[in-house]
Design a protein around this ligand. Sequence first.
Ligand code: ZN
Length: 158
Amino acid sequence: MQATADDLPHLRDAMSLAARAAQRGNRPFGAVIVGTDGARLAAAENSATTDNDVAAHAEMNAIRMVCRSAGQAQLNGAAIYASGEPCPMCAGAIVRFGLRRIVFGRSWSTLAPAIGTQAAGVHVAVGAIAALAPHDITVIGPCDLAQHHIDKPGMVTT
Ligand SMILES: [Zn+2]
């Protein structure tokens, strides 16, 4: 399955947030959550270093943002756009809280060398975790924005 034209602005913004996270000294990840009505519910970046919170991944920050601003129920059926393939922690939260569509940019295999993941890191593909859900979850990625003629990460101004 491919990303649609409706997906691309959200994915582009997630990539832009990833670049901003890196500028602030955090790992380069961003995430956007869009509700079932198409309205954007949250846009967040990784803040693990600056918040001294190992769980402050972009996806977790976006999920928390939705819960605080609109309520957890808004996550049901929502879509999440992540600059990189969600890690097992975030994928578990995405499944647990009822999001139904995951669109991500870079794959873990291309991200891990770039961010210097510690040896203790373990990776399970987001698609494998989503497949364990009791409901259908669409997983799309990796998506190369360059193929869609959209600015590359780091070239988007905010
Ligand atoms: Zn994560």
